[in-house]
Design a protein around this ligand. Structure first.
Ligand code: PMP
Length: 387
């Protein structure tokens, strides 16, 4: 018998049984009338989740493909661009833009801090800035940056704003049109609780116009080719048909439940996770407030290596959490709470953490304290009848 597994990471996330069943449906041809209709419906549902009337372009690829599409379609050699970064995924923008031969101006803050809209606006205000690239949910630290404030600060400069919402879209509020975000990129495997393999980019009219003149090379990720196909219910290339079918089901679930209810669900799970981390006698690396709705990052106690803890949890208990990236490797562990998760995922993560810590020689101050902290919070904040 295979080991029972618990996937409690910030992506890929568990998928609901209906979504898994949809992914397993018999294959259909992507140029069939049935698939065209399904694709068009899916794109409309995506617009609702993106809170935009702009086209949402769909690519077969992981979230980074949509990030790369933004760079390749918006920029020309020699452009001045700004990247605001306070974590691993902010740094991904820097590397990606660098791979296209452009060295961005970096507005950097220590990992774990919130991006400062004023500092970003000051850097962007320099003459001729074409675009600014930021991250919404910085999955490596648990910080969800204030895109509304960043958009408001950048707006007067006229630069295009590009937001990586790979680990936030659908899980926390992102009012693309109302906040004036030009490009939002995301992926299927996190808060959208679908299998990995689809990437999305919502593109404003201004961004589309910029793309018409931008001269970096692109082919597979060309926005115009995708948009021209999508209006006809087509895709430029063979899409991951099964994942589109699965995503359609997942989007129905999310929209039936109501995005605001989903956001509150995630905040509640995060509150439980934080109460549990404190109950284990551990410190938080991610912010100790409702903004940290997608990922809780906890500090490893003195003398315990986070990677070892990760391995013990995975190999002895079948529980998959996430470790730390870059400078945080070994120092933190991350619990994801997005997509198809509930309070028992959080309780499982905390119970497993306590067991792994004990096995690694660190006994938390109160036996069962992590589970008790989370359970007390969940009991005190019961799920609403329709929630
Ligand atoms: N940006 C963020 C904020 C992410 O969390 C991730 C995935 N962890 C990515 C980008 C990259 O996405 P993918 O692995 O799907 O390419």
């Amino acid at each position: 018998m295979s080991t029972k597994r618990y996937l409690i990471t910030p992506g890929p996330t568990p998928i609901p049984p209906e979504v898994a069943a949809a992914a397993a449906a018999p294959m259909q041809h992507h140029r069939s009338p049935e698939f065209r209709a399904l694709l068009l419906e899916t794109l409309v549902l995506l617009q609702r989740v993106f809170a935009t009337e702009n086209d949402v372009l769909l690519f077969t690829g992981s979230g980074t493909a949509a990030m790369e599409s933004a760079v390749a379609n918006l920029l020309s050699p020699g452009d001045r661009v700004v990247v605001a970064s306070a974590g691993n995924f902010g740094e991904r923008w820097v590397k990606l833009i660098g791979a296209y031969g452009i060295e961005p101006v970096l507005v950097e803050q220590p990992w774990g801090e919130s991006l400062d809209p004023g500092r970003i606006a000051a850097a962007v205000a320099e003459a001729g800035t074409a675009a600014v690239f930021v991250t919404h949910s910085e999955t490596s630290t648990g910080v969800v940056h204030d895109i509304e404030a960043i958009a408001a600060a950048v707006a007067p400069t006229g630069a295009l704003l590009v937001v990586d919402a790979v680990s936030s879209l659908g899980g926390v509020e992102l009012a693309t049109d109302a906040w004036g975000v030009d490009v939002v990129v995301s992926g299927s495997q996190k808060a959208l609780m679908s299998p990995p393999g689809l990437a999305f980019a919502s593109v404003s009219k201004r961004a589309r116009e910029r793309a018409e003149h931008a001269s970096l090379p692109r082919y597979y990720l060309d926005w115009k080719r995708s948009a021209d196909s999508q209006v006809k219910g087509d895709t430029a290339f063979t899409p991951a048909v099964s994942i589109v079918v699965a995503l359609r089901t997942a989007l129905d679930i999310i929209l039936d439940r109501g995005p605001a209810n989903v956001w509150e669900h995630n905040r509640r799970l995060a509150r439980g996770a934080r109460a549990g981390v404190k109950g284990l006698g551990l410190g938080l690396f991610s912010p100790d407030d409702d903004s940290a709705a997608m990922v809780t990052a906890l500090l490893m106690p003195e003398g315990v290596d986070g990677q070892e803890c990760y391995t013990v949890l995975r190999d002895r208990h079948g529980i998959v959490l996430a470790g730390g990236h870059g400078p945080l490797r070994g120092k933190i562990m991350r619990i994801g709470h997005m997509g198809y998760m509930n309070e028992f995922d959080i309780v499982t993560a905390l119970a497993g953490l306590e067991m792994a810590l004990v096995e690694l020689g660190h006994t938390p101050p109160v036996p069962g304290g992590g589970v008790a902290g989370a359970t007390a919070l969940f009991a005190a904040e019961p799920v609403p009848a329709d929630g």
